[in-house]
Design a binder for this molecule. Structure first.
Ligand code: ATP
Ligand code: MG
Length: 351
């Protein structure tokens, strides 16, 4: 079903994205592919449809499950639970490996001590077969252990020719920071990777998507209502799907928008909360910056003025620059504009 709210796994449930899927399929023998795009744009769906069509063995590691300051135990737990889902496919190459125990349907990794297994070792053993390692929301691997993970991926890039890494990320700048493809100090610096960037649908495609989805379930929806949904959600497929479902549940069209804004507000508050964990002041500055941006303060000087008024205090340019850079790296804004209009609306309502 086109409006199923879970990530899609089959092409017939996925609207468009044929070029991107073919791109993934025809480049899957490269060592590294990167799928990027803002939240709700369809990264996981595109990845899963391509993987299913390829019919090759793959393991999916959902890095969103990692908490912010994850430790080695958390990382290995994530790997263990991910590899346990494909135990039959990998037990041939992992059985008997030091630090790896295969018990029924689960694979456990020893992460500490003399007989532990490192990620680089693990990749070398997995290289005994052709395997795709897909990591969803890879930027979450940033953090204290990022160097170790990055080095293991870089090692596999050079030596493990049977492995392909497909990485996705919605906080695009953070993803590239993690990979370090532009950082001379990083082992992945200058390495070629095949890049897929998912963009929002143009107005016409978005309208077509909604019509097709409504037709599929024989829902009679007026052109005017369909257009309103397109207008609210700016061609972002996740929001279109979300909006269509709320509408089909009987919500009025304006209400649908409010519900989406509430969802976005919650996500923004979570983001601010992560900043607040650094300090109260940092949290407050991000909140004020988002509010100023939402009010249309779309240049350095306007934003600076607005923030200083909100804070009742001067603010050094390096502090402001830092905030802007981080919001850009998290794919919240670009050139002082919100990438997702629903995030912009929600930010106006920050209290
Ligand atoms: N091309 C598409 N056709 C049909 N539905 C889609 C399409 N792209 C995304 N969706 C739907 O939109 C929602 C978000 O998709 P998905 O989870 O794949 O996006 P994502 O970019 O991985 O999002 P997130 O950043 O939140 O992880 C899901 O409900 C999915 O079914
Ligand atoms: Mg996703």
């Amino acid at each position: 079903m086109l409006f199923d709210e879970r990530p899609k796994t089959r092409r017939q449930e996925l609207f468009d994205r044929d070029i991107e899927i073919e791109g993934i399929k025809s480049n899957v023998d490269r060592p590294l592919l990167v799928i990027s795009g803002i939240r709700r744009i369809g990264k996981t769906s595109t990845l899963l449809v391509a993987l299913n069509e390829l019919g090759r063995d793959y393991v999916l590691i959902d890095c969103r499950k990692l908490k912010e300051n994850y430790g080695r135990q958390d990382l290995y737990n994530l790997f263990s639970s991910s590899f346990s889902t494909v135990v039959d496919k990998v037990k041939g190459v992992l059985s008997g490996v030091r630090g790896v125990s295969i018990l029924g349907n689960s694979i456990e990794f020893k992460w500490k001590g003399r007989d532990s297994v490192s990620l680089a070792d693990l990749f070398d053993h997995l290289n005994g077969k052709r395997l795709i390692i897909a990591m969803d929301e890879t930027q979450k691997l940033r953090g204290p252990l990022s160097k170790e993970v990055r080095e293991a991926i870089a090692h596999a890039y050079d030596y493990d020719r049977n492995l392909t890494f497909i990485l996705t990320g919605s906080e695009v700048g953070l993803l590239y920071d993690f990979l370090g493809v532009e950082d001379r100090e990083s082992p992945l610096y200058g390495r070629y990777y095949y890049q897929i960037t998912l963009d929002r649908f143009e107005k016409e495609r978005a309208t077509e998507f909604l019509r097709k989805g409504f037709d599929e379930i024989s829902a009679k929806v007026s052109d005017e209502e369909t257009e309103k949904l397109v207008e609210f959600f700016d061609g972002i497929p996740g929001w279109l799907t979300f909006g269509a479902n709320r509408f089909l549940e009987g919500r009025k069209i304006e209400e649908v928008r409010e519900i989406a804004i509430d969802v976005a507000l919650n996500e923004i508050e979570n983001l601010i909360e992560t900043k607040r964990r650094v300090s109260e002041i940092v949290g407050r500055r991000y909140k004020n910056a988002l509010k100023c941006l939402a009010l249309g303060e779309n240049s350095w000087s306007k934003l600076s003025n607005c923030l200083q008024r909100a804070e009742g205090s001067t603010m050094s340019s390096s502090v402001l620059e830092n905030i802007i850079t981080n919001l850009e790296k998290s794919s919240i804004i670009k050139d002082y504009e919100f990438l997702d209009p629903i995030y912009g609306e929600a930010s106006k309502r920050l209290s």
